[in-house]
Design a protein around this ligand. Structure first.
Ligand code: FES
Length: 98
């Protein structure tokens, strides 16, 4: 769906997405890296379980909520990739500790 512009200057960064290695570029947001790799949806809705993808990419719509390094409800479009980052889809709403 998305194609990257050629950029030989960007350093490659490896992150883990759903247990698989995903190649990103330094400076990518998590949302951009996931969209560029096209591995499918990034979260499911709490009510129907419908798959969703990042939409606005500027912190407004909250369609990009993901679990990043074990922390749920993080906006992937506002989070820059770091080597070794562990990213998972968010299924429904996050659990709230009692
Ligand atoms: S894509 Fe809209 S808030 Fe992240």
């Amino acid at each position: 769906m998305f194609k990257r512009l050629p950029d030989d200057r960007a350093d490659p960064v490896e992150i883990e997405f759903e247990g698989e290695c995903l190649q990103a570029r330094a400076g990518d947001t998590v949302a951009a890296a996931v969209l560029a790799a096209s591995p499918g949806h990034t979260r499911t809705t709490p009510v129907s379980g419908a798959p969703r993808l990042p939409y606005c990419l500027m912190g407004t719509c909250f369609e990009c909520l993901m679990e990043i390094d074990g922390v749920p409800n993080r906006q992937a479009c506002l989070t820059v990739v770091q080597a070794g980052m562990r990213v998972r889809r968010q299924h429904g709403k996050r659990a709230v500790d009692a």
